[in-house]
Design a protein around this ligand. Structure first.
Ligand code: SF4
Length: 382
């Protein structure tokens, strides 16, 4: 899949290539969390421990060339899988090895919190969303089984160009589809898809997402002046998917996307709030739950996740793993946990969140606290 030149380019960008088609890269939020500088938005929204998260992909190749993506032009694109298929156990073992190796420097760092670094050796979450389209890997279900057996939760982000693979996916902790434009014409401009029937594929993918019983999410990436239009049409696509959650996120002017877009295409957080509010009249079943200002993202959830006035958008990870490993039928309702802090800026109290976090993670993460300056979860120093 990769030429010598593209492997070198990826390694220069701090990716580590695993086998012939997978890659790992340390997420900036994993590093921040180890340094005591706060966790990612998925910690705040869903309870992912950012310092125990591995970011990777099982396919560096993709069927889109999205203008907002940080991938380089040397990254492979293809409609079909044309490569050898690496063994899922090898991918899991070697990815973890590469992930730990990338973090090893924190072991001797003055700045790093030693509790967080120590805990990072026990990976609890995998984000299959690094680069490329992970679900075209033909043995994805086998790999998912292995992660779940090892007590690792799975988040997958797909661009919706492979509906049959979405249909055939086993239950995963949270499955995302990126909806990058509100109409067919704009999707072609934003995503530059290889498939001619890209719109029909996305529609079929949304229909299959609606049939999923485990947690699902629609991700919007807003590019100012380009796709931050037609909220009614976005809402229609979201309703079609019947997703449990919605994330409305701002485009970040990073990586190779800087060749396609300008800094002015990056919306500020207030613009994300404004656009999200314009969606609300068309989304009766949803409410805005939370925000993460550093990532310029808002999270919405179906109202059913609010029980007696309290939001339950966090994940009971051990419960999910238990259910997934039993192989029984279950739904998103079966692995919910209370969300410690919700609301837009200024709402909710730090004390409440801190108490909840400490209660829930007392054993594993007794050094966690909420940093009032950065607004994020962090660690107590000794
Ligand atoms: S969930 Fe995503 S943003 Fe958060 S630590 Fe993992 S890879 Fe990074």
């Amino acid at each position: 899949m990769l030429t010598k030149e593209s492997i070198e380019e990826l390694e220069r960008q701090k990716y580590r290539v695993v086998g012939t088609h997978s890659a790992v890269k340390t997420c900036g939020w994993t590093k921040n969390m180890i340094n005591g500088e706060g966790g990612c938005y998925k910690l705040k929204f869903y309870g992912i421990m950012s310092h125990q998260c591995m970011q990777m992909s099982t396919s560096i190749s993709c069927a889109n060339r999205c203008t907002f993506c940080w991938r380089g032009y040397k990254a492979p694109v293809s409609k079909d899988w044309k490569w050898s298929v690496d063994d899922p156990q090898m991918i899991l073992t070697k990815s973890l090895e590469a992930h730990h190796k990338l973090l090893v420097g924190y072991g001797g760092s003055e700045k790093a919190n030693k509790h967080a670094y120590q805990a990072s050796k026990d990976v609890k979450h995998v984000a299959l969303s690094l680069t490329g389209e992970p679900i075209i890997y033909p043995k994805m279900n086998e790999l998912l089984d292995k992660f779940h057996k090892d007590g690792v939760s799975t988040f997958i982000v797909t661009n919706g160009q492979y509906p049959e693979q979405i249909k055939n996916l086993k239950p995963i902790t949270q499955l995302y589809i990126s909806v990058d434009a509100p109409n067919k014409k704009l999707l072609k401009e934003v995503d530059k898809p290889l498939f001619e029937d890209y719109w029909e594929r996305l529609m079929q993918a949304l229909d299959y997402l609606a049939e999923k019983k485990a947690r699902t999410c629609i991700r919007l990436t807003l590019i100012k002046f380009i796709n931050d239009v037609e909220p009614e049409n976005y809402a229609a696509l979201i309703k079609r998917s019947d997703s449990d959650f919605i994330e409305v996120k701002g485009y970040m002017h990073v990586g190779e996307s800087r060749n396609n877009l300008g800094r002015t295409n990056m919306p500020i957080h207030e613009e994300i709030i404004k656009f999200t509010q314009s969606l609300m009249p068309f989304l009766d079943d949803y409410e805005i739950v939370s925000e993460h200002i550093p990532s310029r993202v808002l999270m919405l959830a179906k109202k059913k996740y609010k029980k007696e006035g309290v939001w339950y958008t966090w994940i009971d990870f051990p419960k999910f793993e238990e259910l997934a490993n039993l192989g029984v039928e279950f739904t998103s309702d079966d692995y919910l946990a209370k969300t410690p802090k919700t609301g837009l800026s200024g709402k909710g109290t730090w004390g409440q969140m801190q108490k909840h976090i400490k209660e829930r993670f007392l054993k594993e993460n007794e050094h966690l606290f909420v940093d009032e300056k950065t607004n994020e979860l962090s660690f107590y120093e000794d």
